[in-house]
Ligand binder design. Structure first.
Ligand SMILES: *[C@@H]1O[C@H](CO)[C@@H](O)[C@H](O)[C@H]1NC(C)=O
Length: 212
């Protein structure tokens, strides 16, 4: 009897020590991906260096094709942003998301409220482009910012969609919260995982005649 409980006791002692000593104990998170405002999956042990669980709900439009998706996984806490992010490249290409990051086992089991999607133009403009397979893009189009989007972003790097991994570059409007994204970060949207090599984020220029 006592011999069969020993491995369990050992594990418990190890986990407690590991927590007390701040030894980077493995975290486990719920992992799933699916359409709709929530998903459920198994609890999985995170890879080394991934010290947070995330639950993210995104609503996006790609060339007018609308979808809502949920993503739950392990990620680096320093790459994880809890809250609302909105980006707009054109009236038919945009994404809004709401996320929650946390750092205890299974803490991403719940769901987050779907992001609000305010499409009302706010008068600001940003250079815009969407260039799959490219490292840069010219931003010769203009995106009309909506809702709380007050910043212009220029993101480029690699995007992973399932087993497919390719370069991308994009520019457009974003909420200031998008500026939390830094070069080197691995950030999920609802359907894709982005590896950023460029993450410029600047306040949108004031339109002429509206200078303060
Ligand atoms: C939507 O965005 C517009 C433009 O920024 C703003 O005036 C309006 O108050 C927003 N509506 C809501 C419900 O947040």
């Amino acid at each position: 009897m006592s011999s069969s409980t020993r491995p369990g006791t050992f594990l418990l002692t190890f986990m407690t020590l590991c927590t007390l000593l701040g030894l980077g104990c493995p975290l486990s998170c719920e992992v799933c991906k699916g359409s709709g405002p929530t998903c459920s999956g198994k609890l999985k042990t995170c890879d080394a260096g991934k010290d947070a669980c995330v639950v993210l709900v995104g609503e996006s439009s790609t060339k007018g094709q609308h979808s809502v998706n949920t993503y739950k996984a392990c990620m680096k806490f320093s790459d994880c942003y809890s809250g609302f992010v909105s980006t707009t490249m054109s009236p038919k290409d945009y994404m809004v998301s709401n996320a929650h990051c946390c750092q205890s086992d299974g803490c991403n089991r719940g769901s987050v409220p779907p992001p609000q999607n305010n499409r009302t133009e706010n008068g600001l403009l940003c250079p815009a482009c969407i260039a799959p397979f490219q490292e840069t893009c010219p931003g010769t189009q203009a995106a009309r910012c909506v809702g709380q989007e007050t910043h212009c972003i220029y993101f480029a790097g690699n995007v992973q969609a399932g087993i497919f991994n390719t370069k991308f570059a994009t520019r457009g409007c974003a909420t200031e919260s998008a500026c939390h994204t830094k070069v080197g970060a691995e950030v999920p949207s609802a359907s894709y995982l982005y590896f950023l090599r460029r993450a410029d984020c600047l306040p949108a220029p004031q339109p002429p005649g509206r200078a303060e």
